[in-house]
Every structure is written in structure tokens, then in C-alpha cells.
Design a protein around this ligand. Structure first.
Ligand code: NAD
Ligand code: WQD
Length: 337
């Protein structure tokens, strides 16, 4: 099978490309490298010991995207390409709508025009908003609290509508909680452009001395230590979930939604402690105001995907910290260093 991976040079995309290549899929990547380096794809191919084909294309460039579909007999698409930072999305919401929603509709149009109807979509736990009830199952009401989350929720609704209007479409939407960590080899990992928005790459860059200290956003949440709680999940478990999603895509028409998380909540301060243990250094931090758009607690109920596909996480918080640290230690300046 030939799989088109949008955003395949990014953090989750690169790990998923390795997983797909190692499981016998041919991989074609489309990425504009707005938040990634082409060097990530060199490492992916070395790690897998297999080649892939890559195009530097913006998803919204319909002509260039059509040429990619013309050039390859694509069977299914795994769609990662998007912007993903909650705080930034409040500053530049129209960019988030344009890239995340516009990119997705451009992709759906290209798929339809080329007779490709199988899609795995990157959704997010952030669509659940500030629910008091944790863990959250897929039936929990959506309540996006920021433009990023709204863009993901809007895409899910567009995908559901597309499936009902075009019965040929099959979509699996994976709502991941907070992916982090890296490939255990330390060859690929999280290397965002600019100052990281997400907490783990921020921590690793403090540990290698590229940043001074972590700002812990909020010490007054209604949680045991006052910092916000998330369900951190190893990126290798997320990549494994995508391979399974591709395997199961053809089983049912229409749209299916699955959470991917561990079911365990970890506070920011607990994460700082776990990462300090992994890197053997005290990570300097200061508690500052809450970040607008953040919520107190997001924890997954992933029993649906476990029941239906037998997926469950196999890597713990210590492995996430060890692996993230190994990647940063071996690549202190990322792929371009
Ligand atoms: P990432 O930024 O590392 O990867 C996204 C990739 O898409 C990057 O390589 C970027 O260059 C590319 N891209 C962005 N806009 C593009 C465009 N218009 N055309 C072509 N390529 C484009 O992010 P990630 O952490 O790997 O996230 C992948 C997906 O998973 C995103 O859709 C994100 O919203 C979703 N997600 C991420 C997380 C997380 O915490 N990392 C959690 C839930 C959902
Ligand atoms: C984690 C925790 C921050 C940076 C978002 C989406 C989610 C997923 C991951 C898409 C929060 C705190 C962070 C820092 C901090 N999707 N933090 N200092 O916002 O939970 O999740 O990204 O990408 O669907 O909602 O992830 O890594 O930004 O933050 O204290 O410098 O760390 O407030 O509690 P988030 P994150």
C-alpha cells in the first residue's frame, strides 16, 4: 500500500513514517517544513533502512498537491500537517483556521478528485475543553477553549459531513492527548522551529542550555500541586496507533473517533521532577500566570481503541523523559545543528 503522510517531517509524522516503512508500506511525504527540517526525513530513511519520497509542498497549494496525487497510486492518507500551539493560536487565529481547516479541505478535494477515500486524521484532546469529568471518553462533549482546538473540532465535523455526503470515504480520527518522547535510538525526536511552545521540547532545551528556565504556566489550578495536569503519551505509542489505524481503515465505512492516551494524569511540576531525574540535572523553573486557553486537566479514557483494536500504551513517563533527553543530548541543536 502507498500511504501519503502530510506533515511527515514533523514530530509525530516522522515517527509514524518509520513505523509505516518498517511494516511494509510505501511512504510519500508532503510537508512545507514550516515547523520541521528536511533532515528529519533523512534520519527516518536511515533508521528504517528504506527510502521514501518527499515533496516540499504546502497543502493549500492545490495544483502542487494534485501533482503529487497524479505521480503516485496513493491508497490512503495520514494527515498530520497543521499548526498546533494553543497560545499562538490565540495570537493568530486566522492562520490556524486557514492552515488547519483550509489545508484539510484542500486535501479532501484532492483525495476526492483522485479517487482516494481512506484517511487517518490527527485530532486532539484539546477539543474536549475544560470538562470537569476525567478521564474523558469519546462521547464527552466538545468545548474548544482556543482557536487551535476549534480548528480541530471543526475539521472533525467537516470530516463527518464529508463521510455522510460521500459514502466512499472512510475516516479514522485519532484524538491524541499529549505526545512526547522520541525514538529510543535518539535519531529522531521533537525539533520545532523557534522557541518551543510545548512543554517537553522546552524542558529539553533548558537541559542543554539553549533556554534559561521553564515558566510553569499556572500554580493555582484546582489540582493537588496547583499546576495543570495532562495525559502524556509516548510518541512511539502514538505512531503504533497510526499503523493500527491504517490497518483497520478499510473495515468500516464512515467516520470513527478514538482517543489515544495512557489514562494517567501528570502535573507540570511532576513532569519537571521526572525529567530532572532523567537528565540528571535540576531544571530551573518559575511558576508564572496561567497561559490563556489552557485548561486544568485532560486525561484520556482510551478503552474504545483497546477494545476494538487491542491498542494500549507500552511506554511510561520515565521512558518518555529518557528518550526525549537522548534525542536532545545527541542533537543539541536539532537536525540542522
Ligand atoms: P509538528 O509541527 O511537529 O508537525 C506538523 C508538520 O506539518 C510539520 O512538519 C510542518 O512543517 C507541517 N506543516 C504545517 N503546515 C503545513 C502545510 N500548510 N502544508 C504542509 N505541511 C505543513 O506537529 P506534531 O506534534 O507532529 O503534530 C502533528 C499533528 O498532530 C498536528 O495536526 C497536531 O495538531 C496534531 N496533534 C499534536 C499533538 C502534540 O502534542 N504534538 C497532540 C494532538 C494532536
Ligand atoms: C502541557 C502543559 C502547559 C509550556 C496542546 C493541545 C493538545 C496537544 C498538545 C496539540 C500545560 C504547561 C507548557 C511551558 C508550561 N495537541 N506548559 N510551560 O497545551 O497541554 O496541549 O498541545 O498539539 O491537544 O491542547 O501542551 O505541551 O503546550 O502544555 O507550564 O513552557 O505544560 O500550561 O499545562 P497542551 P503543552
Amino acid at each position: 500500500m502507498v500511504i501519503l503522510v502530510t506533515g511527515g517531517a514533523g514530530f509525530i509524522g516522522s515517527h509514524t513514517c518509520v513505523e509505516l516503512l518498517q511494516n511494509g508500506y510505501e511512504v510519500v511525504v508532503v510537508d512545507n517544513h514550516s515547523n520541521s527540517s528536511p533532515g528529519a526525513l533523512d534520519e527516518v530513511q536511515k533508521l528504517a533502512g528504506l527510502p521514501l519520497t518527499a515533496y516540499q509542498v504546502d497543502l493549500r497549494d492545490r495544483k502542487a498537491l494534485a501533482e503529487v496525487f497524479d505521480a503516485h497510486p496513493i491508497d490512503a492518507v495520514v494527515h498530520f500537517a497543521a499548526k498546533k500551539a494553543v497560545g499562538e493560536s490565540i495570537q493568530i487565529p486566522l492562520d490556524y483556521f486557514d492552515i488547519n481547516i483550509g489545508g484539510t479541505t484542500s486535501l479532501l478535494r484532492a483525495m476526492h478528485e483522485h479517487g482516494v477515500y481512506q484517511l487517518v486524521f490527527s485530532s486532539s484532546c484539546s477539543i474536549y475543553g475544560d470538562s470537569q469529568k476525567v478521564p474523558m471518553a469519546e462521547e464527552a462533549p466538545a468545548g474548544p477553549t482556543n482557536p487551535y482546538a476549534l480548528s480541530k473540532w471543526t475539521c472533525e465535523q467537516l470530516l463527518a459531513e464529508t463521510c455522510s455526503r460521500y459514502p466512499q470515504f472512510t475516516v479514522v480520527s485519532l484524538r491524541y492527548f499529549n505526545p512526547m518522547g522520541a525514538h529510543p535510538s535518539g535519531r529522531i525526536g521533537e525539533d520545532p522551529r523557534g522557541v518551543p511552545h510545548n512543554v517537553m521540547p522546552y524542558l529539553t532545551q533548558v537541559a542543554v542550555g539553549r533556554l534559561e528556565r521553564l515558566s510553569v504556566f499556572g500554580g493555582d489550578y484546582p489540582t493537588p500541586d496547583g499546576s495543570a495536569i495532562r495525559d502524556y503519551i509516548h510518541v512511539m505509542d502514538v505512531a503504533d496507533g497510526h499503523r493500527l489505524a491504517v490497518e483497520h481503515l478499510g473495515e468500516e465505512p464512515g467516520m470513527r473517533v478514538f482517543n489515544l492516551g495512557t489514562g494517567a494524569g501528570v502535573s507540570v511540576l511532576e513532569l519537571v521532577e521526572a525529567f530532572s531525574a532523567a537528565c540528571g540535572k535540576e531544571i530551573p523553573y518559575q511558576v508564572v500566570d496561567r497561559r490563556p486557553g489552557d485548561v486544568a486537566r485532560l486525561i484520556a479514557d482510551s478503552s474504545r481503541v483497546e477494545r476494538e483494536w487491542g491498542w494500549r500504551t507500552t511506554r511510561n513517563l520515565a521512558a518518555m523523559c529518557d528518550d526525549a533527553w537522548r534525542f536532545q543530548r545527541l542533537n543539541p541543536n536539532g537536525y540542522d545543528g
